[in-house]
Design a binder for this molecule. Sequence first.
Ligand code: RM4
Ligand code: MN
Ligand code: MN
Length: 431
Amino acid sequence: MTIDRSRIGEENELRLAWHESDLAHALDVVGRAGVDAEAVVAEVARFSAAAPSWAVGTGGTRFGRFPGGGEPRDTFEKIDDVAALNALTGANRTVSLHVPWDDPGPGDGAAELRRHAEELAVGFDAMNSNTFQDNPSTTRDGAVSYKFGSLANTDEAVRRAAIDHNHYVIDLGVELGAQALTVWLGDGMNHPGQASFRGQFERVLAGLGEIYAHLPGDWEMYTEHKPYEPAFYSSVNNDWGTSLLLAQGTGDRAKCLVDLGHHLPNTNIEQVVSRLAMVGRLGGFHFNDSKYGDDDLTVGSITPFQLFLIVGELLDAGGGRMPDAAYMIDESHNLKDPLEDLIQATDALQVALAQALCVNRADLGEAQQDNDPARAAEVLHRGFRTDVRPLVAEARRRNGAALDPLATYRAVGYRADTIAARGADAVATGL
Ligand code: RM4
Ligand code: MN
Ligand code: MN
């Protein structure tokens, strides 16, 4: 099940006349700032962010979960939803799997899932391993437990099981055509004195080395840091500095992944991005927004200016284009229909990208050279305050996607179709 592209075309037809006049105006405004507006549209059209397989179902908190029905019942249906999302946005061309939540099994299982995804033109982005929960398939059927950590565990048998699981995820990813592994660990401490900071770090570094040794030559590995949760006193990979130490200590194709919600309050994330890019270690991105912690809220919904600045640093690192990296949306859709939230997240990313592209970087460089912060602010704000929505809509239209993806999603009745096909009580598996 997916969305019929001809229905998207019909919906676009209804909006075309207004779109064309809005677009003409936007091209004019952007051109006047000395920015190549066509290049903005082309770069937005090129950009894509993976949808994680766990985000097409409703999220929850430890206090509960309120699913809306019609959710994907298995990994195949999750890929159907990603294909539907991509039909609307044109900018979610890949899916990122979490194993074992979405484990098709090796051999025929993986081949069948890959065929299904290929039919829908969905590719596989970074694979995510999971050693922060006990699952029979990752704990040798319960013979070991990750309660006291996985790679950092003092027990060799637990560390071995965690390494083997990561090897399995790599092998599975090879069968699916993925090219990267993201390692996010729950390892840490809940109590001072519970373990040795140094011992934990050294064991994690050694484990990552063994995982890295299993990577095919064209693969990368990403270490994803997070300051706290599930460990509340300390996390082993707690910040970008530690993540960089782990990557540097592991190998050239080990890089850092920045999740926007994984920083202590008020961290200057754009500066972190600049630093990691500068040393060639920026490998991946998890987009979301946050008010207090790892809130996994809709991209750009709380701090859109920060998002704009972060994307600006990415463009700087990529010489005016988005650098090659594994971009993914990592949100928890607790209240909204997950697909509606992903549509809004993708749109917010495209808007931030277009705004950042509308900054005249040469003018900004001159202002910086001249020590003229007022002018630098004018240049930045000229980009940030540009109404780039017609440019973003045009980028989508050129990708065969929807001018207005949310309205089109509602008009085509995709959710009503999934409720009819999967059931009003169908709930996705995952976190
Ligand atoms: C973590 C982190 C990881 C994600 C899990 C579900 O907080 O963001 O990227 O895989 O949540
Ligand atoms: Mn994440
Ligand atoms: Mn997170």
